[in-house]
Write a protein that binds this ligand. Structure first.
Ligand SMILES: C[S@@+](CC[C@H](N)C(=O)[O-])C[C@H]1O[C@@H](n2cnc3c(N)ncnc32)[C@H](O)[C@@H]1O
Length: 244
């Protein structure tokens, strides 16, 4: 069966409900698929992103689009027992999987998961020492508005860290990667999950702003010291910035 994806589901007004429903469907298999399709490298990527947040024991951190809470769990290690991590996501089944993991690892005292929209964060301004988002910003309907919300809830001096897929620039690696990402990955994903979910992944990466453009949006929102680093030959990028 061939599955197609309407452009409006990736960049248009249908995106919010499309994305939430899709993650609700794949939530039970999300962690397995992540490991399978990234060959487990995603653990390394999240580890680097967590360190970029430069949290200290006792800090309070927010992980936006937290999903099954992998990055929130890593942040919890950094803020220690006196610190707090809040994870926010608008998809309940993803948060439920996340909460199972939080409990299994005995982090219930440190981590709170909240059902909320990244575009309307239910927190006072100037609250967090760091705000992170991993593989989430590509999925929000308005990237600029999401960064503006992250900026608002950060304390002055706090850091934003954004881990997201990008496309490698070095040939011939790029050509090989495109073959994997656009041709093989959706087929492997479809075997384990609902047909269009892993068509959405490469399509959304194709529409996602280039590294330079993302940095520019962050600067326009008000972040300073904006920089990015590529990991794994540019398969993912970590952007960071500071609220002055
Ligand atoms: C690819 S998953 C990433 C989950 C997790 N951060 C990780 O690294 O595995 C994207 C998550 O973003 C969430 N999401 C997308 N748009 C959102 C929004 N506007 N508000 C809150 N969560 C959102 C989805 O529900 C989904 O759980």
């Amino acid at each position: 069966m061939s599955v197609t994806l309407d452009e409006s589901q990736v960049i248009g007004e249908q995106k919010r409900s499309y994305v939430r429903d899709m993650f609700a469907r794949i939530a039970p298999r999300y962690d397995l698929l992540n490991s399978l399709l990234s060959w487990r490298i995603h653990h390394y990527w999240r580890g680097v992103a967590a360190r970029e947040a430069r949290l200290r024991p006792g800090d309070i951190a927010l992980d936006v689009c937290t999903g099954t809470a992998d990055l929130a769990l890593r942040l919890a290690r950094q803020v220690g027992e006196q610190g707090k991590v809040i994870g926010v996501d608008f998809c309940l089944p993803m948060l439920q999987r996340g909460w199972q993991k939080v409990r299994q690892r005995g982090r219930q005292e440190q981590i709170t998961l909240i059902l909320a929209d990244a575009l309307q964060l239910p927190f006072a301004s100037d609250t967090f020492h760091a705000v992170t988002v991993a593989f989430g910003i590509r999925n929000v309907a308005d990237i600029r508005a999401a960064f503006a919300e992250m900026w608002r809830v950060l304390q002055p001096g706090g850091r934003v860290v954004c881990l997201e897929f990008s496309l490698p620039r070095l040939q011939p690696f790029r050509a090989l990667y495109e073959l994997y990402f656009y041709r093989l990955l959706p087929r492997i994903g479809a075997l384990f999950s609902h047909g269009d979910a892993y068509l959405y992944l490469p399509t959304s990466v194709r529409y996602f702003p280039e590294r330079e453009r993302l940095a520019q949006i962050m600067q326009e929102v008000g972040f300073t010291e904006v920089q990015w680093r590529e990991l794994t030959l540019g398969i993912v990028c970590i952007h960071s910035g500071v609220k002055p």
